[in-house]
Design a binder for this molecule. Structure first.
Ligand code: GLY
Length: 367
């Protein structure tokens, strides 16, 4: 089975996303065709390299292997990738390919967008999280010690190949992390301006068993739903000046949580879900959403094995980290909050309001 989704940002920024369960032989053929005549630098996640290098038609010389973990998305590795591109003699006509999860996609994309002011970039996401989110929409980045994604560009790939065979070997922790981003779409779907309702919230509620069993056709459909929502958003607002901010639902809290724990304690998707738990509770307490929607939402998160955060992080420190985030403007911190069932909106809060919000949110788990 193969689905092609088209992303049209502008006339010269168009690309296809292919979602399939086809053999690696077919994938190799397609990569060969799309990169014919180009020199290639292939940035691999270490885990994926160990598992799949023999299945994929890349030569050892063109490969750069990146160790796994958010901590690797740093400027030293970025410079190593650029060095490697120079050693290989890549020119403006050539291509960087990312094979791995969000970390590999982000850093390789950042390298592709800055090397010689931008060369072709192809994404081959191998985790659920990168398939449903980071490989699409053109965000690239590296982190500094206490500021996630602080250096980055908007740079659209030439093509995204999502082959769900890679998901078979994904460990449960990483699969669950991907489900965190999938669940995020369920809470924002009616704000995405997609042409017809997708009922993702209901699909995830009813399809839980098959999704957790990684049933191929269900997974392809789930990825397709998420990406249709994402494409709808990023084609209307590529550079996140408005609508795209809704994709950050749960993320203001999540980024602070990841930073305060030095990216070591929680996966990204897990942190996003903690952010969603908190903001749902706060929205319910503020009468923005009904009790029944709040309960349905919590039940949906629980179905996928999520629980509220069980550790309280210092409110002042969390605030301090949030203030360094890109989502700060006019000294205020931006949050995406629920305003109705499956609908969200942006608000900006002062320091005092954020402290108050965090205290209310912590009430849920620690009262
Ligand atoms: N991950 C959120 C975005 O691509 O905007």
């Amino acid at each position: 089975m193969k689905q092609i989704l088209k992303v049209h940002i502008s006339e010269n920024k168009e690309y296809d996303i292919e979602i399939s369960d086809s053999s690696f032989g077919k994938l190799n053929q397609e990569i060969y065709e799309i990169t014919r005549g180009q020199k290639r630098l292939v940035v691999f996640s270490e885990k994926v390299y160990n598992l799949y290098f023999d299945d994929l038609n890349f030569s050892d010389e063109e490969v750069f292997v990146l160790k796994d973990g958010e901590i690797q998305k740093n400027y030293k590795n970025y410079l190593k990738i650029i060095d490697r591109a120079m050693q290989l003699g890549l020119t403006r006509k050539d291509v960087i390919i990312a094979v791995g999860g969000g970390v590999v996609g982000d850093i390789a994309g950042f390298a592709a967008s800055t090397y010689m002011r931008g060369i072709d970039f192809i994404q081959i996401p191998t985790t659920l999280l990168s398939a449903v989110d980071s490989s699409v929409g053109g965000k690239t980045a590296i982190d500094l010690a206490d500021a996630k994604n602080i250096l980055g560009t908007f740079y659209q790939p030439k093509k995204v190949f999502i082959n769900i065979n890679f998901l078979k070997t994904l460990d449960n922790k990483q699969y669950k992390s991907g489900m965190g981003e999938v669940l995020k779409y369920a809470f924002i779907e009616d704000s995405c301006n997609y042409k017809t309702p997708l009922f993702l919230f209901e699909f995830l509620t009813l399809g839980c068993e098959k999704i957790l069993q990684r049933e191929p056709l269900t997974i392809i459909r789930m990825i397709e739903y998420c990406l249709n929502l994402k494409i709808s958003v990023v084609t209307k607002d590529e550079k996140e000046s408005g609508l795209r901010k809704i994709l950050n639902f749960g993320h203001t809290f999540a980024h602070a949580l990841e930073t305060i724990t030095k990216y070591k304690k929680y996966t990204h998707g897990e942190a996003v879900v903690y952010g969603i738990y908190f903001i749902l509770y706060w929205a319910y307490k503020k009468d923005l959403i009904s009790y029944s929607y709040y309960r349905l939402s919590i039940e949906l998160l629980e179905k996928y094995g999520f629980k509220p955060l069980d550790k309280k992080y210092d409110v002042k420190q969390m605030l301090h980290i949030m203030k360094k985030d890109k989502k700060v403007s006019d000294e205020k911190i931006t949050f995406i909050i629920p305003e109705d069932k499956k609908m969200v909106k942006e608000i900006k809060l002062s320091d005092d309001e954020v402290v108050n919000m965090l205290n209310i949110m912590y009430e849920e788990s620690f009262s």
